[in-house]
Design a binder for this molecule. Structure first.
Ligand code: C5P
Length: 323
């Protein structure tokens, strides 16, 4: 449930919150000439949120606090800064102060974790600035601007459960029922998405050269997974979770195998690396089971920390506007 506090007249600051994502399916095609890979992925937004507040200012700046905050680049490389600049440009806000915002990011989504935290912050900034400046862009228009910032940004704007194609930025809503409860286990160190994709290419090339696998073909959507999601049955969904990047993430952080195995031992319906990792996502039978898995993984030392989350939840949305 989203509560929006509206005030009369122009506001000085707007806060948006935005969820993390887990990929229920992540099928990766061959490397393209532009350095990206065609994907078929099923995105699922879960209740682990970052919050972004934008406040009118002469110059654009960013401040990051919370989980992994010090690891986030400040200045023009920051995805949230790039989002504010891109929206100001797209809506013709020029001149001193017109497109300036102070961006404050309160992070709960870990950095470089395979949960699209950076993309989430960009999406929240787009939604918050759209509201602050009252420029009235549609969700589709925000997604178009977001796609240039990162492949996962459009999904962070939209949320819910959606199928991503192209780089992951071309979305169609998925017919899905039910609620899904997760334990999320965070790795000791982050993984670079680009390096995980490159490792995936290398592992595949090696396997093909050894005659162990055909070259990667065009990815296709899993019909059994979509049927299980329509049925809204976590017990059916669990064994159908899949991630082509998992072997690469496991080769880069072999200790993740232990976390996955322990989660299965605790009765998880499915256990996968989330996106490019290293976060491991465990589909649970319900909220209490998700908490039990998270507690067990934390206390066994199989991960740095663990939490529970559920989905689907909506994408980036305004939670507060203030004078
Ligand atoms: O789009 P984004 O900036 O999040 O992607 C980060 C990196 O992940 C890209 O530079 C690319 O190396 C890799 N990537 C990919 N294919 C995709 C999405 C991302 O190879 N579909």
């Amino acid at each position: 449930m989203t509560h929006v506090t509206q005030v009369d007249g122009p506001t000085d600051s707007v806060t948006a919150r935005v969820p993390a994502k887990v990929n229920l399916q992540l099928s990766v095609g061959p490397l393209r000439e532009d350095g990206y890979h065609d994907l078929v992925t099923v995105f699922h937004a879960v209740s682990l949120f970052d919050e972004v507040t934008v406040t009118r200012a002469d110059r654009t700046s960013v401040l990051v606090t919370g989980e992994g905050g010090p690891a986030v680049p400040l200045g023009p490389a920051n995805l949230a800064v790039r989002a504010a600049v891109a929206l100001a440009r797209a809506t013709g806000r020029r001149g001193r102060g017109a497109g300036g915002v102070k961006i404050e990011i309160r992070k709960r989504i870990p950095v470089a974790a395979g949960l699209a935290g950076g993309s989430a912050d960009a999406a929240a900034t787009l939604v918050a600035c759209n509201d602050l400046w009252q420029v009235g862009l549609s969700q589709a228009e925000l997604c178009e601007i977001g796609a240039d910032l990162g492949s996962d940004v459009p999904f962070a704007v939209v949320g819910g459960i959606a199928v991503g194609r192209g780089r992951g930025d071309v979305l169609t809503p998925a017919l899905a029922a039910g609620n899904y409860h997760w334990a999320l286990a965070f790795g000791q160190a982050g993984l670079s998405t680009a390096e995980v994709y490159a490792t995936c290419d290398r592992l595949r090339a090696r396997a093909t050269a050894a005659g162990n696998r055909a070259p990667a073909g065009e990815p296709t959507l899993s019909t059994p997974l979509m049927a299980a999601l329509r049925a809204g049955d976590p017990a059916q969904v669990g064994p159908l979770l899949s991630n082509d990047l998992q072997p690469a993430a496991l080769s880069m952080q072999p200790e993740l195998r232990r976390a996955l195995a322990e989660g299965r031992d605790y009765g998880a319906l499915g256990a996968i690396v989330s996106g490019s990792g290293p976060t491991c996502a465990f589909l649970a039978k319900g909220a209490a089971h998700a908490r039990d898995i998270a507690v067990a993984l934390t206390s066994s030392g199989a991960c740095r920390a663990a939490t529970r989350a559920s989905g689907p939840v909506p994408g980036a949305s305004v939670v507060k506007a203030g004078a």
